[in-house]
Design a protein around this ligand. Structure first.
Ligand SMILES: Cc1ncc(COP(=O)(O)O)c(C=O)c1O
Length: 441
C-alpha cells in the first residue's frame, strides 16, 4: 500500500527506473518512447553525459549556499547567457524552481514596478482563454484554463480575459488570417478601455499556447498588434515561454518569431531539461532599473532562488543545445514531424487539425470535422488517450477535451531536440494503434 498522495488519487503508476536518450524504462523493463519530454521538459534527452557531469561537479564542490547571503558561479554564468540571448541588452534574470513561481515573480515585478512609479492602482493582469500560467493561487487566477478554474469554484480572483488567437476555431470564413489576428488583438484594447488602463498592470500570453489548446501559434501580426496596444496604454507585456521557450519552436525565445519585445519573459521546463527544477523570469533593463534607481528594491524571494546545482544543470543544458547545434535539428525534424503527422492522420475522420512550430506540435480531436464540434464526452476521450498512450509505450501529452468549452481533446508532442526520423516513424505507428484503440473499438 503506497503512502504517496498521487496527483490522480485513484491512479496507479508504473515506476520509472531508468532513462536514456529518447527513452524511459519502467521496473518491468517496458520501454516508453518519450515524444513529449514529459511536459515539454526533457529537451536534450535523458541522461546526457555532459549535463550529468556538470551537475555532479557542482554538487561535489558546493551543494547549497542560500542566495540571500551568497551568489554562485552557475547562476552568474547562466544569467549572463540568457541575458545575452535576449534581443535587448541589459536584461536581468531572476531564477526560481518552477513555472508557477516564475510567473508569480513576473506578476510581483509588474505590481511593484507600478507602485515604484507611483501608480499603485495598476493591479489587474489580463490573460487569455484558453491559457495556463501555473497552479499556485495567483498563477491559476491569472489563467484562462476553464476546466482547471472550474475545479476551484469561486476561490480564484476573477480578472479580465480575452480569447486566445485560435484561428482553427475563431477565424471567420470571410476573414484573412491577418484580419482575424487584428480583430483578436483588438479585443485587448477594448478590454483595457472598458477596465481603465489605470487599473491594468500587465497582459500575459503564451506566444505559442501549450497544453491548454494543444499547441496553437498565433497568426502573423497578432503579437505585433498586442505589443503596440500594451505600449500605447502603458501595460507591461509578459510572454509566458515556460513551455514554448528554450528553443522548442526553433528559436531560443518563441517571441523572436513574432517580432515583438516582451517586458518580461518566463522560462521553465526545458531550461534545465528535467535534470533539476529550474525556472527564470527575465526582465528588460528598464524594469530592473526602476527597482535599483528609486531605492524601492524588489521585495520577493524563495529559499531556492538561484540554486547553484539547478543553475549548473541549466547552464549545461543550454551549452548542449549550442554545442550540438540542436536548434537546427528542432527546425528540420519539426518540419518532418508535421509532414508525417499530416500524411498519417489528415484524413482520419476525427483529426480536426495538426499544427505547431519546431518540435512543438498539436493534434486536435473532434467528433465532426465539418462543424469542428468536440465529442460530448471529450474529457473522457482525453482520459482514455492517457491510458492508451501508456499502454502503447508512448509518452505524449493528451490535454483539452471540454464539450462545455467547445474544446477538442488534443495530443501534444514536444519531443527532445535529439529526435531523429526513425523516432518519428515509431511514434506514428504507436499513435495509429492508440487512435485505433479509441475509435475502432
Ligand atoms: C505555459 C505554462 N506556464 C506555466 C506553467 C506552470 O509551470 P509549473 O508546472 O512548473 O509550475 C506551465 C506548466 O505546464 C505552462 O505550461
Amino acid at each position: 500500500m503506497t503512502a504517496v498522495f498521487y496527483r490522480a488519487v485513484n491512479a496507479t503508476y508504473p515506476k520509472a527506473v531508468h532513462s536514456e536518450g529518447m527513452y524511459i524504462f519502467d521496473e518491468n523493463a517496458k520501454e516508453y518512447l518519450d515524444m513529449s519530454g514529459g511536459a515539454a521538459v526533457s529537451c536534450v534527452g535523458h541522461q546526457h553525459p555532459s549535463v550529468i557531469a556538470a551537475l555532479s561537479e557542482q554538487i561535489n564542490s558546493m551543494s547549497f549556499a542560500h542566495t540571500a547571503f551568497f551568489s554562485n558561479d552557475p547562476q552568474e554564468q547562466l544569467a549572463k547567457k540568457l541575458s545575452g540571448k535576449f534581443s535587448e541588452a541589459g536584461a536581468k534574470v531572476y531564477f526560481t524552481s518552477g513555472g508557477s513561481e516564475a510567473n508569480e515573480t513576473a506578476f510581483k515585478m509588474a505590481w511593484q514596478y507600478w507602485r515604484a512609479k507611483g501608480l499603485p492602482s495598476k493591479q489587474k493582469i489580463i490573460s487569455r482563454v484558453h491559457s495556463y500560467h501555473g497552479n499556485t493561487y495567483g498563477a491559476l487566477s491569472i489563467s484562462g484554463n476553464l476546466p482547471r478554474r472550474r475545479v476551484m469554484g469561486e476561490v480564484l480572483m476573477d480578472w479580465p480575459r480575452i480569447d486566445a488567437c485560435y484561428a482553427y476555431r475563431n477565424q471567420q470564413d470571410h476573414e484573412t488570417a491577418q484580419e482575424y489576428g487584428l480583430r483578436a488583438a483588438n479585443k485587448l484594447e477594448e478590454t483595457i478601455l472598458r477596465e481603465g488602463a489605470e487599473n491594468i498592470a500587465a497582459f500575459i500570453a503564451e506566444p505559442v499556447v501549450g497544453a491548454s489548446l494543444g499547441v496553437v501559434p498565433a497568426v502573423e501580426g497578432y503579437f505585433k498588434r498586442i505589443a503596440e496596444i500594451c505600449q500605447s496604454h502603458d501595460i507591461l507585456l509578459i510572454a509566458d515561454e515556460i513551455m514554448c521557450g528554450t528553443g522548442r519552436t526553433g528559436t531560443f525565445f518563441a517571441h523572436e518569431q513574432e517580432d515583438f519585445l516582451p517586458d518580461i519573459v518566463t522560462l521553465a521546463k526545458g531550461i534545465a531539461g528535467g535534470y533539476q527544477p529550474l525556472a527564470a523570469t527575465i526582465t528588460r533593463a528598464h524594469i530592473h532599473e526602476t527597482f535599483t534607481s528609486g531605492g524601492s528594491g524588489f521585495d520577493h524571494g524563495h529559499t531556492y532562488v538561484g540554486h547553484a546545482s539547478a543553475c549548473a544543470a541549466g547552464l549545461a543544458v543550454i551549452n548542449v543545445i549550442e554545442d550540438e547545434n540542436l536548434l537546427q535539428n528542432v527546425v528540420r525534424q519539426g518540419q518532418l514531424l508535421q509532414q508525417e503527422l499530416e500524411a498519417a492522420f489528415k484524413d482520419h475522420p476525427h483529426i480536426g487539425d495538426i499544427r505547431g512550430r519546431g518540435l512543438f506540435r498539436g493534434i486536435e480531436i473532434v467528433a465532426d470535422k465539418s462543424t469542428k464540434a468536440p465529442f460530448p464526452d471529450a474529457a473522457q476521450i482525453t482520459k482514455r488517450l492517457k491510458q492508451a498512450t501508456m499502454k502503447h509505450g508512448l509518452i505524449c501529452y493528451p490535454g483539452g477535451g471540454s464539450f462545455q468549452d467547445n474544446l477538442g481533446s488534443s495530443i501534444m508532442l514536444a519531443p527532445p531536440f535529439i529526435l531523429q526520423p526513425d523516432h518519428i516513424d515509431r511514434a506514428i505507428d504507436k499513435l495509429r494503434a492508440i487512435l485505433s484503440d479509441i475509435f475502432d473499438d
